[in-house]
Write a protein that binds this ligand. Sequence first.
Ligand code: GLA
Length: 350
Amino acid sequence: MATFESRPSTSCFGPGRVNLMGDHTDYNQGLALPMAVDLGVVVTFEPWEEERVNISSDAYPGEPASFPLDPDVESIPDLEPAWARLAAAVVSLARPEHGGRFHIASTLPRGSGLSSSAAVAVAVAELCGVDGDALVVARLCQAAEHRIGVPVGLLDPLVCAGGHAGQALRIDFASLSTRSVTIAAAVECIVVDSGQRRDLRTSAYATRVAECEAAAAVVGPLGLATDVDIIGLRDPLLRRRARHVVSECARVDDFAHALSTGDLADAGHLMDESHRSLAEDFEATTPVIEDLTGQLRSRPGVVGARMTGAGFGGCIVVLAEPGAFDPASLDVPAWRVVPVDGTVARRDRG
Ligand code: GLA
């Protein structure tokens, strides 16, 4: 048997994600179509004998964190520096055999809606030896987010763990079933960072979750509701929130069909409709996002553009004809992205 000293350090790529369609549907038992992308984090783990975990990140130079291997759960939401709380919460749930040193190197803009948190969480879970399927990993990562007070759904960790190269992942959050959707269309996917940062703990995200819960208390889970069901919502604000979720879920399968059959005109139209619904009914966009989305849509070769993720700032996803424009030609950061394997798909392939 190998001695402890001979244990090598291991590393894991945690992909970020771009959601192509279906935002604010996951915590409503609805549908979404995200993909794991080639922007992400590389987390390295060097095990040691001490029952302690140290963690450092390129994004927070000079701000390392240290906590016991078996931390007191109550203390995690107050851990300093705050950036390390999620990783500590994952460690507390994953209970790795050994302490050690984690280091995070990232190519993902933080707080931009590309799921830098889930990218870190799934990679840390993998390095801690969590060996379940993508849903098990995702549930653990979601529980970790909840442990530190962020009321997220399963969208991000499920695709960061369970995405497949070259494909988007259709997720049904009512049954928690997934299906890969091949992107047959000759199209490029570009993410554009508005530079407007938000934090899910302090943005209106939790307010939207609460509004959807209030609507669901009247008409049942919004992801399963119909246009007719939501007529029963007297409060106009709750009705608008519900209308977004109902219309967005309907767009997911239409969009998946358009992508897999190469119907770019329909895919672009659905993206624009989704964005409008997120802006008007869900009020999840900002003037900066509106302005940038409008500019992007007017570029030649752009098929469609929408905010992606939670909103309230963050990134826009653009579908464009191949070579239509160079991301470097924009005056804000932008990247061409492709769908890659999530952590579990990578593990399964050995
Ligand atoms: C954030 C959350 C997800 C999801 C999206 C919006 O990324 O982490 O659970 O709710 O917002 O679709």
